[in-house]
Design a protein around this ligand. Structure first.
Ligand code: TRP
Ligand code: SF4
Length: 400
């Protein structure tokens, strides 16, 4: 269906690491050939937690976009932009805030979680409470159908869905809707139009679900309707109002099994990360230093891959044959740990070679990068303006 669209954003955390690549970016790359995709730098989101250290944002934005391109995001297929350069996001955030119950925001699990986890930060602000609302605005702005996110973000998508529903309910009243529905039904042809009205009545008066399903099928099957008419007819039978904002669905990103060099989940804040564009010498050093199964004190001591973080990397990078070689060699002390690490080192460096290659043109001429982002911001803004036009109209702000 051509109206499907993907939106996702990332906070500008600077150079991305292999956990970001295997966790999120690889998925973004895959999606760009399936749907129109908008990917943006969530720089305002960064300020909701770091308003007192804005210096963390600037350079990080560009480094991050270079990493997206390094991962294989193709600016010809995907729209890349920066949130703060599409001011409409702020307007929609504000307008949504008018009708958002405080409790909805206070109940989002990340609100309390983050306050506890990031105890050194001041998260008692209005901006931080509104984080999920800003995220909703990012998504609803483009009428996104799919939002690829990690599990921790799913509650935010839920709030987004509730907000869309609430908004449509409050403001989705089309003037003269009944007249417009009649006109649209007429386009189904005389017989089908009568059937449509009968089915509508059966569902409205008797709650006959079969009638609802039949009416839906009738409308779906009609070839010559405009999108708007189709929407009116579908909305009318189920008693819903006009859909101004679209309820998105989360596309759950499979939790990355990418371990850091200490075996914990790879994360910049744990200091255990390997950057996507890390220098090869540094990769060699980091992997060589990785801890292994503590049972292998001497070269002749057998080990157990399940207790070794290096094995986790084999699961990401090695083929069946290599894994077999590791399992047998480790348990029989037939191979040494440095030997075991070599295929992982080789695979990471090979993977990173393409990252370095793709990034190089943008490092050589930053203007190229700015052009891509300028262009993306323009494209995003055009879409945003269309939505905001309808939102303003619906909220009674159409006088200009
Ligand atoms: N909150 C997301 C995160 O921390 C980033 C984000 C902001 C986002 N706006 C979004 C993700 C809209 C998807 C869609 O990872
Ligand atoms: Fe880990 Fe490989 Fe050493 Fe076994 S041989 S402990 S899997 S590094």
């Amino acid at each position: 269906m051509s109206s499907e669209l993907v939106v996702s954003g990332m906070r500008p955390t600077g150079a991305l690491h292999l956990g970001h690549y295997h966790g999120a970016l690889k998925n973004w790359v895959r999606l760009q050939s399936l749907y129109p995709c908008l990917y943006f730098v969530a720089d305002w989101h960064a300020l909701t937690t770091h308003y007192d250290s804005p210096e963390v944002i600037g350079d990080n934005v560009w480094e991050m976009v270079i990493d997206w391109l390094a991962a294989g995001i193709d600016p010809k297929q995907s729209t890349l932009f920066v949130q703060s350069r599409v001011l409409e996001h702020a307007e929609l955030h504000l307008l949504l805030s008018m009708s958002t119950p405080l409790g909805w925001l206070e109940r989002v699990p990340t609100y309390k979680d983050q306050q506890e986890k990031l105890a050194d930060r001041d998260l008692t602000t209005y901006g931080f409470l509104g984080y999920p609302l800003l995220m909703s605005a990012d998504i609803l702005m483009y009428r996104a159908t799919y939002v690829p996110v990690g599990e921790d973000q799913v509650p935010h998508i839920e709030v987004t869905r509730e907000l869309a529903r609430r908004f449509n309910h409050l403001y989705g009243r089309e003037p003269d809707l009944e007249e417009k529905v009649k006109a649209a039904a007429a386009k189904l042809g005389g017989k089908n139009a009568r059937l449509y009205h009968q089915l509508h009545m059966r569902f409205q008066q008797e709650g006959d679900a079969e009638a609802l399903a039949q009416a839906r099928a009738l409308v779906e099957a009609a070839g010559s309707l405009s999108e708007l008419d189709r929407e009116r007819l579908l909305g009318w039978i189920s008693g819903h109002r006009k859909q101004i904002l679209v309820e998105p669905r989360a596309l759950l990103t499979e939790a990355s099994r990418m371990p850091g060099i200490d075996g914990q989940k790879m994360s910049k804040s744990y200091g255990n990360a390997i950057a996507m564009r890390e220098a090869p010498e540094s990769v060699v050093k980091k992997i060589r230093k990785m801890p292994t199964d503590p049972a292998r004190v001497r070269r002749t001591d057998p080990g157990e891959p399940e207790r070794c973080p290096v094995w986790q990397l084999h699961l990401v990078y090695s083929d069946e044959a290599t894994r077999e070689w590791v399992q047998v060699g480790c348990r029989s002390a037939g191979i040494g740990c440095l030997e075991c690490k070599q295929p992982v080192i080789d695979a990471i460096i090979a993977e990173q070679r393409q990252f370095h290659e793709r990034a190089q043109p943008y490092l050589d001429s930053p203007a190229l990068l700015r052009d891509i982002v300028d262009d993306g911001c323009d494209r995003a803004r055009k879409l945003a303006q269309q939505t905001m036009h309808e939102v303003r109209e619906a909220m009674g702000l159409g006088y200009r």
